[in-house]
Every structure is written in structure tokens, then in C-alpha cells.
Design a binder for this molecule. Structure first.
Ligand code: ZN
Length: 405
């Protein structure tokens, strides 16, 4: 990679460039503890000029003028001046345009690997850490409902815990129907689905949805049949069954995917590549629906990171639009996934006032069966949040916390 040679001229440094000068601008920064200069591609600096012709401060966004006549081959720095005392980079471009960039703005956007990694992990999204069933006690974290409602640091910690470990338990919530809504409103707003906003889970003989029966509920993710699957599930226990059953099961399916990837690469490949039809047909509150989404069980992005797990036995469609030869190998791989998910499950029983919150793109959850009688009821109120809303709130809290220091 080409680099501009900087010459020391005291606090002010001046450089002139020819038509085909070099593409990476290095800006020495005395505050850098390793003594490394900040680095910026020249065309990026031109695109991100902060003058009123190029940038609208009130919306914090770029104006489109440059792109009406952008010639990517010809844009070059003509003259560069670094004022180390004022901490400002001045650039005159070969088309005569002039730009200036304060160091405080440049530092946050430095293209060095260290700065990019720091930004991605501490501001874009915290790095997830996968856990096995036996590690559950180590990663599990409890929050008090009232703290989340009244304290922003606690709120931030909750969202961080959800992002990194995918689950958190909230204790001592009032036994009221709107607890889930209050929590969602602290973050942003609830996600509405075809089943409305809040949903009640209690045994209903002849129920329209399998979750509304007292029979065991095998491990699953909620609503795999949506392209935009709800990101975070919140389950508030209002009443808990005194029967020996009704235990919650929770597994980090990203850990299950890790096991498959390492020990069963062929089954891993099948579960990441085979498109499965997920579906839900029915009606709720006079809305008739037929939802379908085709997607693998383990979804991986271009960098090989897991982005979503789909699994629900009742909500896997009988339509399976793959080549017939792919079918049995898929069943074999899926049976392995289900066995591992059960082996890695952690079992616990929520109490009235508990709100179980977890990443619905990542964890699979279930419940053991329970005996429901008139004296022995279980009543859960659930709701959803979307990850866009969760990460956004977390960043706002993260930014205000950094600003306080
Ligand atoms: Zn400009």
C-alpha cells in the first residue's frame, strides 16, 4: 500500500501533490498511545467533506451534490495542511474544493485495524459469546425490574447481556399484564405480529396454537415463518403451576452449531444450505394469515458468523421444496441437531414476577409438560422486541455513558 511521507515542520505541515499522488493520507496524532498515525483513503475524505456544501449538520448526513459529477479516477489531494496545535486537517482538492476535518472527528473514523475493531465491538454490536448447557450458571445474569425501569446503566447492562449471551432473567416484576409492554417501551417499542402485541400463554383446551396446550413444548425458536422474525422474546410469569412440570428449557443453538461445525462438518453444511419451508396458517382477532419463509436451520453470513437459527417442529411446513435426494440427509442432520440441542439445554423454573428474556434468533427454548387444573394454573404473558430497536437503544446509552466520562 502506498503511504504519504510526512515531514516534520513543527505544528504545521504542508504538502503538495501531483496529479497521480498517492491514495492513503496519514495524519500523525500525538494522542495515539502507540504513536501511530491515523489513516484515511483520499477519496473517502473527499466524500466526507464537512463543509455546508457537502454536509447537512442538522440531519448529520451527506449532501448528494458531489455524486452528480463524481469522477473517481480524477479526485486527488492538491494541497494538504495539518495543524497539530488546533488539531485540524486542511485539504485543498484538485478541483479547487476545500475541506477541513477536526481530529476529534477523524479519530473516530480512523481506518487503522485497531480502531475499526474497537468500533465494531464497542459500538456496532457487542461480540456474542457462545455457551454450553454446563456453562449456564456462569453466564446467567439477573436484573431487578424496578432497576431497569428507573436506571439507564442497568438498562444498558441488560441489553448488553442479551447481545453477548442471548439471555437474561428479570426478577421482581409486578404481577400485572402490562409489565412486558413497559419493558419494551424502555427500549423503544414492542414488535407486533399476526398474534398481536402481548400474547397470553395458558393452557386452553382446543387452542389454535400448539404453545397454548399443557403438553410438553419441545425446543424451538418463535415464529421461524417470518422473514423478519421477532428478535427478542420476553416471557413474564404471572402464575406458575405448582405441578412438578412446567420447567423452562433453554439452549444456545449457536453453541450447538459450533459443535456441528467442528465434529460433524457434513451435517453442518446440510443444515446451513438446505432451504426449509417454515409456515403458519390460521387466524387471530379476525386476521386471516398464511405465512411462509424458506430458510435453513442454521443461517450464516458472508463472514461465517451465525445470524439466525430456525427450529420449530409444528411450524415446519409439510411442503419441502428441495430435490428429493436432499431430504433424508437433511432429516439425519436435523435429528443430530435436535439431540445436541437437548443435551445442551439448561432447565429451570420461573417464578411469578420473573421475566425471561432471550435472543429468539439464537436460542431455542421449550417447556416440560405440566398438569393444569383449576387450582393449578400457569399463565405467561409474552411480547417481542426487534434487534434494530435493542441495538439502537444500547448505542444511545453507550454514547451517553462515554460522554459522561
Ligand atoms: Zn465540501
Amino acid at each position: 500500500m502506498f503511504q504519504l511521507q510526512q515531514q516534520q515542520h513543527g505544528p504545521e505541515e504542508e504538502h503538495h501533490f501531483e496529479q497521480d499522488s498517492l491514495p492513503l493520507i496519514l495524519v500523525p496524532d500525538e494522542s495515539n498511545q502507540l504513536g501511530l498515525p491515523m489513516q484515511f483513503p483520499d477519496i473517502w475524505l473527499r466524500d466526507n467533506c464537512l463543509c455546508s456544501e457537502c454536509y447537512l449538520h442538522q440531519t448529520r448526513s451527506r449532501l448528494p451534490q458531489l455524486w452528480q459529477h463524481l469522477d473517481t479516477k480524477r479526485i486527488r489531494v492538491y494541497h494538504l495542511n495539518i495543524d497539530q496545535k488546533q488539531e485540524i486537517l486542511y485539504i485543498e482538492w484538485n478541483d479547487g474544493h476545500r475541506s477541513e476535518y477536526p481530529f476529534c472527528w477523524l479519530r473516530e473514523r480512523d481506518f487503522s485495524l485497531a480502531n475499526r475493531s474497537h468500533y465494531l465491538q464497542n459500538f456496532y454490536r457487542p461480540e456474542p459469546r457462545h455457551w454450553s448447557g454446563t456453562e449456564f450458571a456462569l453466564i446467567q445474569k439477573e436484573f431487578l425490574y424496578q432497576d431497569l425501569i428507573s436506571n439507564n446503566d442497568e438498562l444498558q447492562q441488560w441489553l448488553y447481556q442479551l447481545a453477548v449471551y442471548g439471555m437474561a432473567l428479570i426478577k421482581e416484576a409486578p404481577l400485572e399484564f402490562d409489565v412486558v409492554r413497559h419493558l419494551c417501551n424502555r427500549v423503544g417499542f414492542m414488535r407486533r405480529t399476526t398474534y398481536g402485541e402481548e400474547f397470553s400463554v395458558r393452557a386452553q383446551p382446543g387452542a389454535s396454537n400448539y404453545a397454548y396446550l399443557a403438553a410438553p413444548l419441545p425446543l424451538h425458536t418463535d415464529m421461524p415463518y417470518f422473514e423478519y422474525k421477532p428478535g427478542v422474546t420476553l416471557l413474564h410469569t404471572l402464575e406458575q403451576s405448582d405441578s412438578p412440570g412446567g420447567w423452562n428449557l433453554l439452549t444456545d443453538a449457536y453453541h450447538v452449531a459450533d459443535i456441528l461445525k467442528q465434529q460433524y462438518p457434513e451435517q453442518f453444511r446440510i443444515l446451513t444450505e438446505t432451504l426449509v419451508d417454515w409456515a403458519d396458517i390460521g387466524n387471530d382477532n379476525q386476521l386471516e394469515f398464511h405465512n411462509i419463509w424458506r430458510s435453513p436451520v442454521i443461517n450464516v453470513d458472508a463472514d461465517g458468523r451465525y445470524v439466525r437459527i430456525n427450529h420449530s417442529i409444528p411450524q415446519r411446513d409439510s411442503h419441502f421444496n428441495v430435490h428429493p435426494e436432499q431430504v433424508r440427509p437433511w432429516y439425519e442432520a436435523m435429528a443430530l441437531f435436535v439431540r445436541l440441542a437437548h443435551e445442551q439445554a439448561y432447565e429451570f423454573k420461573t417464578k411469578p414476577g420473573d421475566v425471561l428474556t432471550f435472543n429468539n434468533l439464537r436460542l431455542v427454548h421449550g417447556r416440560t409438560g405440566y398438569a393444569d387444573t383449576e387450582q393449578n394454573v400457569r399463565h405467561i404473558v409474552g411480547g417481542f422486541l426487534d434487534w434494530d430497536i435493542v441495538y439502537s437503544r444500547w448505542r444511545i446509552l453507550q454514547r451517553s455513558q462515554t460522554a459522561d466520562k
